[in-house]
Design a protein around this ligand. Structure first.
Ligand code: DSN
Length: 415
């Protein structure tokens, strides 16, 4: 593989081969990552990357768009079918630009948005002060309830009455519970606010029918396509028909130029895969695996944030193991388990060395891991983190992980 690249640019070819090797040999637990099919990879590496096509299918600013029109329309139609959406824009380059376009489609600068606090599982683009959007819109942040781990819907209503937001925003990056979209819609209706859900993390589980779907209820829903949805790196916006023209204008020409049609083709391929019955099983297995990992970690006295998981991820405070999130991430890296350090609710520590780690099951579920393997993963994590100085043990676990991952081949055809 990579025959031409190896000849023309051996340094890049070597880095790609090493990355393939890394992906094959580690237990990948970053909840926002996944392994696309080789069909998706082929679409991504296709000649569609050469084509400019500003505009939308049937209405472009360039000639020669008859093939990319077919590609983009298929992506739109399949996404509509997957989520029951009235209108879909598949051109957003990723999740952050999808969110920015969504805000500009339905709001005016200065409008108030009620979004979740980052340390409680919200996302940077939901109004963190370091982002440009926080200078344009007035973000107010709500939190989860400490006892139940749930969004405090009574408090959300109170805050909505107090701040009179134009938009209530749900959908998170590190929150492990289901969302009551109906309740959020009722709160929004009571104060005359619009509703937006960012389902980037859980889109695949929703598409597989295993979590609540806000698309039918909410004004606007954004997602990435590369997480549980298992497509290429990219974004997408779904909305009610009444917002269609504003959404399309906000994406192009509002925010972006030429769409990346190779990427849109890969999205279409992934959506076709997600429409197959096997994908429902995949979505269900993601949830079962997260439960198996949670049960094993609870057995070993790990502190699970938000009480439990009802999706694909677990946020864990590692303070009671006498570690920081960064130390835990580094130790797990050493044995071949990839995860990310993460803030916990109202974390007293800093983002670069927070109190927690975030673990997710989508990628290893794609490789074929089931509950038994995730119980083993829970044991590997425990042994590693409870024995931070034991190099010999770490070497032994690394070897066991190599043997385990070897039984679940990843991209053997690319070797
Ligand atoms: N970076 C993504 C994640 O890891 O959740 C969100 O954008």
């Amino acid at each position: 593989m990579l025959t031409n690249l190896s000849q023309n640019d051996p340094k890049i070819a070597k880095a790609i081969k090493n990355e393939l090797n890394r992906q094959q040999n580690v237990i990948e637990l970053i909840p926002s990552e996944n392994f696309v099919s080789t069909a998706v990879l082929e679409a991504l590496g296709s000649v569609l990357t050469n084509k400019y096509s500003e505009g939308y299918p049937g209405n472009r600013y360039y000639g020669g768009t008859e093939n990319v029109d077919i590609v983009e329309q298929l992506a739109i139609d399949r996404a509509k079918q997957l989520f029951g959406a009235e209108h879909v824009n598949v051109q957003s380059l990723s999740g952050a630009p999808a969110n920015i376009a969504a805000y500009f489609a339905i709001l005016k600068p200065g409008d108030t948005i009620l979004g979740m606090d980052l340390s409680h599982g919200g996302h940077l683009t939901h109004g963190h002060p370091v982002t440009s959007m926080s200078k344009i819109f007035n973000f107010i942040r709500y939190k989860t309830d400490k006892e139940t781990g749930l969004i405090d819907y009574d408090n959300l209503l109170q805050m909505a009455k107090e701040h009179q937001p134009k938009l209530i925003l749900v959908g998170y990056s590190a929150y492990s519970r289901e969302i009551d979209y109906q309740k959020v819609k009722e709160i929004a209706d009571e104060v005359g606010a619009l509703t937006m859900a960012d389902i980037a993390h859980i889109a695949g589980i929703i598409a597989g029918g295993k979590m609540n779907n806000p698309v039918l209820l909410f004004d606007i829903v954004t997602t990435t396509t590369h997480k549980t949805l298992r497509g290429p790196r990219g974004g997408m916006i779904m909305c009610k028909e009444k917002w269609a023209s504003q959404v399309d204008k906000a994406v192009f020409p509002g925010l972006q130029g030429g769409p990346h049609e190779h990427n849109i083709a890969a999205k279409a391929v992934a959506f076709k895969e997600a429409l197959q019955p096997e994908f429902k099983e995949y979505a269900g297995q993601i949830l079962k695996n997260a439960k198996a990992l949670e049960n094993k970690l609870k057995e070993h006295n790990f502190e699970i944030m938000f009480v439990t998981t009802e999706n694909h991820l677990l946020l864990i405070d590692v303070t009671n193991k006498n570690l920081t999130g960064k130390q835990a991430q580094d130790l797990l890296d050493k044995v071949g388990i990839t995860c990310n350090k993460n803030m916990i609710p109202d974390d007293p520590r800093k983002p670069m060395d927070p109190s927690g780690i975030r673990l997710g099951t989508p990628a290893m579920t794609t490789r074929g891991f089931k509950e038994a393997e995730f119980e083993l993963v829970g044991d590997f994590i425990t042994q590693t983190l409870e024995n931070p100085e034991d190099d010999a043990l770490h070497q032994q676990i690394k070897q066991e992980i190599l043997e385990l991952t070897g039984k679940f081949p990843l991209y053997p055809e690319l070797n």
